[in-house]
Design a protein around this ligand. Structure first.
Ligand SMILES: NC(=O)c1ccc[n+]([C@@H]2O[C@H](COP(=O)([O-])OP(=O)(O)OC[C@H]3O[C@@H](n4cnc5c(N)ncnc54)[C@H](OP(=O)(O)O)[C@@H]3O)[C@@H](O)[C@H]2O)c1
Length: 263
């Protein structure tokens, strides 16, 4: 068996993962397989030297690291399709939302290593956060799984029971953050900026705010305290947002997303 990486289901996330791996140059294109049914959609990957194919079974036979990146309702069918090609030397890494390690093992019925990973779309620019769960008894394999996703940003090891929560915070969270940014841009236009300038200011402001927390290891409220002058405009606006349910709406939305994941 080759030491190749195969991404089965190269849609948004599969592509983001492959693009992240390519940027880093740790895995040459010749070591990466990508499958989907409509190959026209991954011509760009083919032109970068990735092996593209519609044949999941062949790709599984030629690879060791198998990343399952299809939609949840397709995962069972895909696993049924490839199960006779999976050996105990394969390492299966599923990024499928709400699909447990036990369900995967039930289908493939073999003692291959199985991990779940929850990346987000920022993996495509190597700024992702990927939560990883799975057995920790084989540090070599776990290390390699982490290494794959470390090419794409940061990784955090979690218990599998937290995988749905990781999905909401790490992956859905991109949409929440971007919707917040869009709302800020709309506000910025109301108070005088054109759309492009608003976008530039808001994007850099959010990037800078996040970087301050990451680099200084602080709680958000500590940085908020520095911006809120007594009787000033920041605290007035912030309190108005809270009166209108800003934090409450966000927390309620997070819980709604969490409960929407099929258990
Ligand atoms: N989007 C996110 O931010 C995110 C983050 C973390 C995890 N996830 C999880 O990642 C998975 C993929 O999400 P996505 O947003 O990337 O979905 P997506 O864009 O729909 O990608 C899935 C791809 O699978 C392909 N596919 C379908 N049946 C297949 C088959 N039998 N063999 C090979 N390929 C097949 C589809 O292409 P064809 O129709 O051409 O085959 C499609 O492009 C989901 O389970 C999702 O829950 C998503």
């Amino acid at each position: 068996m080759m030491n190749k990486i195969a991404v089965l289901g190269t849609g948004n996330m599969g592509k983001a993962i492959i693009k992240g791996l390519l940027q880093n140059k740790v895995y040459p294109p010749s070591e990466i397989y990508a499958t989907r049914r409509n190959l026209n959609q991954i011509q760009d990957l083919k032109s970068l030297g990735i092996h593209t194919s519609t044949d999941n079974r062949k790709v599984v036979s030629d690879s060791k690291w198998i990343i399952i990146a299809v939609k949840p309702h397709i995962a069972s069918t895909l696993l049924e399709e490839i199960k006779s090609d999976i050996t105990s030397n394969h390492v299966i890494i599923s990024i499928v939302t709400g699909f447990s390690i036990a369900s995967i093992r039930d289908i493939i019925g073999i003692n291959a290593s199985i991990y779940r990973a929850m990346p987000n779309t920022a993996t495509s620019i190597q700024e992702g956060i990927t939560c990883i769960a799975g057995e920790r008894s084989n540090p070599e394999i776990l290390g390699k799984v982490q290494e794959i996703f470390q090419q794409l940003g940061e990784t955090i090891l979690i218990e599998e029971k937290l995988m749905d929560a990781a999905t909401v915070i790490g992956a859905c969270g991109v949409a929440y953050a971007l919707r917040f940014m869009r709302a800020m841009m709309q506000g910025a236009i109301e108070i005088g900026f054109d759309a492009e300038t608003a976008s530039n200011i808001v994007s850099q402001m959010v990037k800078g705010s996040a970087t301050m927390l990451i680099e200084n290891g602080l709680h958000p409220e500590q940085e908020i305290d520095k911006v809120t002058t007594p009787m000033g405009c920041t605290i007035a606006g912030l309190n108005e947002m809270e009166h209108r349910g800003f934090s409450a709406a966000l927390i309620k939305g997070i819980k709604t997303s969490y409960h929407k994941i099929e258990k």
